[in-house]
Design a protein around this ligand. Sequence first.
Ligand SMILES: [Zn+2]
Length: 482
Amino acid sequence: MEHDLIIRGGTVVDGSGGPRRAADLAVGGGRIAAVGDLGGAAAREEIDAAGLVVAPGFIDAHTHDDQAVFADPAMTPKVSQGVTTVIAGNCGLSLAPRSYPGVGAPPSALLGTPAEYRFPTVAGYRAALEESPAALNLALLVGHSTLRIDAMDNDIDRPATAAEIAAMADKLDESLAAGAIGLSTGLAYPVAKAAPTDEVVALAQRLPAHGGIYTTHMRDEGAAVLDSIAETAEIGRRSGARVVISHHKCAGEANWGRSVETLAAIEAARETLELDFDVYPYTASSTVLLPDWAPQARRILVTWSDPHPEMAGRELAAIAADWGCDRDAAIRRLMPAGAIYFTIDEGDLRRILAHRRAMVGSDGIPGDRHPHPRLWGTFPRVLGRYVREAELLTLEEAVFRMTGLTAQVFGLAGRGVLAPGNHADLTLFDPATVLDEADFDHPKRPARGIHSVWVAGQAVWRDSTATGARPGRFLARGEGRG
Ligand SMILES: [Zn+2]
């Protein structure tokens, strides 16, 4: 029997967390056909992987790629890192189901210009992506803020009424039935700030019947981060849903070092609750530019500005100096705008990243003119800087938290582990050279050391170039083996 592809002589790190081993890997019909000594087997294409690691394609646990898969289906920022699946619809914001015609309150701009693509239903979004696939797979969360803007006609500075909650819950049910994998919230943002815990619980209670997950950009990631973890755990307990805390951090210098407390609180909550979290490997955050968040940051970089596009990539302090005004006045002149906030301690980042339940998620913002480098660098940065250079975690452990753990937590069947019968989503990289090249000054540089990337057995990245193949699928929860 002839396989489609055999990757020979590589070091297999299979995504389970188990030890690496020397093995060949064969692919046929988009699936992994065999892993082991395949000396007697033949294939239409063979690749010599001596010195390279064969791993499952990375699963980006936290993205805002809902629109990027249509606007830029090659998805170069992600496939160049070895990513083969993205979890979209995070932080309360999803491109579907959405009917509201306007832009909506911040952070709606994180997805890009919403007027270009509008999907009143998840079924419609899914059909559009199946008709026009991207290079990689996507699983979609439904955004609470997206539901709010629609149900409340963007009148969002108040709790939703019982009738509005019922309308949101029905939309959520319909979306989950159409293949969405869960609900996300962004309770720190103006669009959802006024939502009380009960409003979120009422929605999250719809999740268990569909096996859906609850993910949250918590209400506060700074001084009140412990209250936010308590609220998150309460939502998980009262709803019965599995929970993921998004981009866990302790923001603001006054809170540096507090990851000791937050991780202890997470461990305590885990005794009665399925609760995990994702993290990006940088000490700066990025989102919309809002005056409320400026005091937390020592330094702020502008990523885009509608009235002043020429300021993208510049320091807020320098802009304010040029304009002869203070930072607050400069922010107001730049808005609507996006920013990078330097607010996180390296020690906290390492402590969080080293935790056994920390999934890797980029939180990259694809539409930004001068994006946070995490969009292009997250996964190679973990493998290069934190595994090889800092030895903060083993290669096996890091790959597990980019693949097997993430597939398990988000319910992506048939992915995340290299085993016969699973989908042939694969990454081949050089563990001696893999490294992020994107930085805050040059945020759009592809990483080095990512040799080849396959989705469903088709190469999407090879010789430092996107191949143009678009084998990606919409991943409905639990349907991965279909
Ligand atoms: Zn967020």
